[in-house]
Design a protein around this ligand. Structure first.
Ligand SMILES: *Cc1c(COP(=O)(O)O)cnc(C)c1O
Length: 355
């Protein structure tokens, strides 16, 4: 018997998605850093991505980067979240490049790199409206100047991140701004940056629209590769698989029950109010998966199955058309939130198929 719950990752489909995006973006002069943070440092997935032609791997957790390194993944590794001061040692040890916004951290990276007689690459992130990480544009020149003076630090370029905290869309205007800033920095310091990283999966619409890309020569893609959709409107991307990753959960109870609860109704375990629509008797099944394992709101059930509720360890579903005997499995497509939770849950088995 296959273990349940489990997430099945189809490497062939992921490889296809990655190489399709690498190819489409290459024609726009843009390289792809594949973002692995939703895969918990899986070496098998990382190797499929490298094989598909991505130029580097990016992860927000140094622990994932370390795991990939230890497993022999050979690629440039970028830490795409600003390093914690307390982790600068590991950051220099395991990653080649990190995204930064604080000179205090870069100074420490410089010291650690010097101790190890290494060079650590630094990409400075610029704030362009989404109000997550980034140096304010007016302060960038000063930080670049200071970074350039630090020993064992290589100033690799600049980047920005949009659409994550506030949903600010990457467009011709903010991308032109980043490109202009890049021009200005290159002129001021008489250098050529290796990388001008325009953003994440939310940038695809802009990047593939035929718009002027200017100096922007890199995107960091996670969700688009893994789930095959763009992230501004969550529409499938033409020619990509949206079902490379499937979550399976096992039925532990199947009974006909009323659809309407009985008794005095107060809060549920998660403080939600449950809509009490009386649909008469329904075929209700319980799956052995819950909030501890995934984001129940990020699951898409198969045709004819409907999710009715969830608690820490139970997912309640109803199925109109199919019998769901105890011990059978139900497959779900998952969104990015469910994927992150699923991959980081110790209760879920991760299996790769089509290696
Ligand atoms: C997570 C992340 C990405 C990738 O985002 P997707 O929407 O999955 O493409 C890119 N850049 C940074 C800084 C990130 O944290």
């Amino acid at each position: 018997m296959m273990p349940a719950p489990r997430v099945e990752i189809d490497l062939k489909k992921i490889h296809h998605n990655a190489s399709a995006l690498v190819e489409r973006l290459a024609s726009r002069g843009i390289s792809v850093t594949s973002v692995t943070k939703a895969t918990l440092g899986s070496a098998e997935i990382a190797k499929a991505l490298i094989d598909a032609g991505v130029s580097a791997l990016g992860d927000s957790r140094i622990e994932n980067i370390e795991a990939m390194r230890l497993a022999g993944v050979a690629a440039e590794m970028t830490l795409i979240r600003s390093p914690m001061l307390s982790q600068t040692e590991q950051v220099v040890e395991h990653s080649d490049v990190s995204f930064n916004t604080e000179i205090e951290v870069i100074k420490r990276l410089s010291q650690e790199a010097r101790k190890r007689q290494r060079t650590h690459g630094v990409v400075l992130m610029v704030e362009l409206g989404d109000l997550r990480e980034g140096i304010m544009p007016k302060d960038l020149r000063e930080t670049v100047g200071e970074t350039l003076r630090l020993p064992n630090i290589f100033f690799k370029g600049i980047g920005t991140n949009l659409a994550c905290r506030c949903g600010v869309s990457p467009d011709a205007s903010n991308m032109a701004e980043l490109s202009n800033i890049a021009d200005l920095i290159e002129e001021t310091f008489d250098l050529k940056m290796e990388i001008v990283s325009g953003g994440n999966s939310a940038n695809l619409e802009w990047a593939l629209s035929g718009a002027e890309t200017g100096k922007i020569n890199n995107l960091r893609l996670g969700e688009a590769i893994l789930l095959g959709c763009e992230t501004l409107h969550r529409q499938p991307i033409n020619g990509l698989f949206t079902d490379a990753i499937t979550l399976f959960a096992e039925v532990i109870e199947s009974k006909v029950k009323p659809s309407k609860p009985s008794g005095t109704i107060a809060q549920t375990a998660f403080g939600e109010a449950v809509p009490c629509i009386d649909r008469g008797l329904v075929a209700q099944s319980i799956l052995a998966i819950g909030h501890q394992d995934t984001d129940p709101y990020g699951l898409t059930p198969p045709e004819g199955v409907e999710i009715m509720g969830a608690s820490s360890d139970h997912l309640i579903i109803t199925s109109e058309s199919c019998e769901l005997p105890v011990g059978s499995e139900v497959p779900f497509q998952i969104n990015y939130s469910a994927l992150l939770h699923t991959m980081t849950s110790p209760f879920i088995t991760k299996t790769v198929i089509n290696i």
